[in-house]
Design a protein around this ligand. Sequence first.
Ligand code: SF4
Ligand code: SF4
Length: 342
Amino acid sequence: MTSSKLFHNPLNTLWSVLRTRGVRLVIYALVVAALFPSSRFILLVTILLAIGSIWWTEYRSNRSHKFFYLLGFVLFVLAGYVVTFVNVKNVDQLRSGMSPWGDGIYQVKDGKYIGESQGYRGPIKVQIKVKDHRVTSLETLEYPDLISVQDNEVASFKKHLLENGRLFIPEDTEMLRGATDTLTGYVNAIQDALSKGIPDFPRYDWFSNFFLNWFIGQSPNQVTLNALAILFAVFMVFEYTFQSMLTPGTGRSINCYNCASCVGVCPIKEVEGVQMPMGLVLLTRLGNYERVMELSKYCVGCGRCAAKCPIGNSGPMVISAAFQAAREKKRSAHTGNERETA
Ligand code: SF4
Ligand code: SF4
């Protein structure tokens, strides 16, 4: 994509970029990450898979080295996880016996401290004041959970904390949506603030902090996973429709469930390690139309697969779609114009 094309015809350029399934996956992942702060890890994996599939295709077609840069990045992330895991384990061991909970308040020096932690919808930030080994004030500086969680639990916890003057273990919360996560985040933020008042409190090194904040994030909870499953189904329906608009005849490839009924009736069965025509359908799903065109010469067009597939896929259908997609790509590269969509 050249910048002149982008400025002269932004809509066509956007349409053209959206043709790549990897790009669309990244957009879906960004939407999910915006909805759920605890899904950062899922976002990272999705982006890596999407870029990996595009660059792997480029490597196979023209031996581009970009795929190996990505591989290097993945190895860096894996090494980062190992280093962070070891550091977190060691620091947590050192921290036992230095906790600011309960009587641990006697280790905390007088002063004002700010602490942060992750709530249900984002970071929770608090400021506490300690005087004569008692918490004398507690101010909430950031609290995005307020939009989705009733704050009865937090308000009651705050009242008891100020009465006791120290951090205590809260009782079981009611099963309000997100209330448990919110209260846990709130308590952790207070613990973080109090620990800053303990001299020589062990801390994670900068590298582990970087990894925890930017790569791992908060682990997805049950609510997030359920919502992700629902969103996945919605995205699949949307993707089916969208793909059919972009390249007619290919949308249904998403629904192939590898039953291999088509392979059973195909007289070719397997060529160059690809099962026919199921492999063609799966290559279409990945947007690898070049490979579909390469393998199309083996299809004799008998049409048996079309009669057998419960979804309505067939070898000739995806082959014809692949050639049409290639023609469109060539045409738009020459003229900068896109075809009318269905
Ligand atoms: S139409 Fe092609 S892919 Fe389908 S069964 Fe016949 S030879 Fe196989
Ligand atoms: S018969 Fe249809 S659903 Fe089954 S593997 Fe072939 S293309 Fe996929």
